[in-house]
Ligand binder design. Structure first.
Ligand SMILES: [Zn+2]
Ligand SMILES: [Zn+2]
Length: 330
């Protein structure tokens, strides 16, 4: 007999709470994880808006939980864990070369062909799990996945103490990226629209610029930055980044969104020798270390906490401008 559970089901966009969704079954190599706390991310909202239109399944990918079963890997049972969200096929050339997060046959938790975490239980390969240190609270641990995504910027490009870096966007991800970049000692400027959000960066060394609701940073910043990380979550961010990056500089793109990307003048990128770097998921272990040491502060970013029963309201709130992390608790 299959046990039933509550889950937030995404039906190619529209979501609903199901109270009789089948609990996942686990095979050898998989773990059954009881979700303690889950976080709402811009990607979830984009899924609801039509990005990844082919997804039908349980939404959500940011979580902390307790392993309840792990056939063949019993040492994991009872451990508090977070989990990487990409599941490669393990057999293709990309997987063999250690690039399973880019596997063309991958599934991705709550995004592609794999039920997500806005539910009482999830299943995940044991290989995707990371043990959460005791000193990291549930409220911190639920930020591991987005913090790892922020750290991916440093995996991809070199940010030195002499680098002039900018973050465009003061949302959930932008604030994490700003904190991560600040660790390098670089000369950091953060552009955002929300005074409340920008205030959360008072503990780092950065120039914080509040910009108007329509216009991007003023022309005074044209050509100013060696590196610009675009994390606005919408199509306006690229224009701003393009404007403020210097010739020969790098733009790191972090936003995925439902609409088409802003049109850009590719010839001008050639002439100005601007590099564009796409950036997605990152390393979990350093993220957990940074949470444990308190180097990155996340708990102030929690805006609200909802029970799974009220998940639809939680997602509605999270979609409002300027709202930071909304948590869902089964
Ligand atoms: Zn996310
Ligand atoms: Zn593969």
């Amino acid at each position: 007999m299959v046990n039933m559970m509550k889950a937030v089901y995404c039906d190619r966009g529209p979501i609903s709470l199901r109270i009789d969704y089948p609990q996942p079954t686990v095979d050898d190599g998989d773990a059954l994880v009881r979700v303690i706390l889950a976080g709402v991310c811009a990607t979830d909202l984009e899924m609801m808006a039509g990005y990844g239109p082919d997804f039908s399944g349980v939404l959500g990918h940011e979580f902390v939980g307790i392993v309840e079963a792990a056939p063949g890997h019993e040492q994991w049972v009872g451990r508090r864990v977070v989990g990487e969200i990409n599941i490669g096929c393990g057999e293709c050339e990309l997987c063999r070369r250690g690039l399973s997060k880019h596997c063309r046959n991958r599934t991705t938790v709550g995004i592609s062909d794999k039920d997500g975490v806005f539910a009482d239980h999830i299943s995940l390969p044991v290989a995707n799990l990371h043990h959460v240190p005791d000193d990291v609270s549930d409220e911190q641990a639920v930020f591991t996945e987005p913090l790892a995504a922020a750290l991916q910027v440093l995996e991809q490009i070199s940010v030195r103490p002499t680098t002039a870096a900018a973050v465009v966007g003061d949302g959930r991800l932008g604030l994490l990226i700003a904190q991560v970049l600040a660790q390098t000692g670089c000369r950091l400027t953060v552009f955002g629209r929300h005074e409340q959000n920008l205030k959360l960066l008072s503990h780092i060394t950065a120039e914080v610029i509040q910009v108007g609701t329509s216009a991007g940073p003023a022309g005074q910043f044209a050509d100013c930055f060696d590196i610009v990380v675009e994390a606005t979550g919408d199509e306006t961010g690229f224009d701003t980044a393009r404007n403020i990056v210097r010739p020969g500089g790098v733009i790191v793109l972090k936003s995925t969104f439902a609409g088409p990307m802003a049109e850009f003048d590719s010839s001008s990128l050639v002439v100005d020798e601007v590099s564009i770097v796409g950036s997605r998921c990152g390393p979990f272990e350093p993220a957990l270390r940074m949470l444990e040491s308190g180097q990155v502060r996340v708990e102030e970013m929690i805006h609200a906490r909802y029970s799974l029963d009220d998940a639809v309201q939680a997602l509605d709130l999270a979609s409002q401008k300027g709202v930071l992390k909304v948590l869902i608790q089964p």
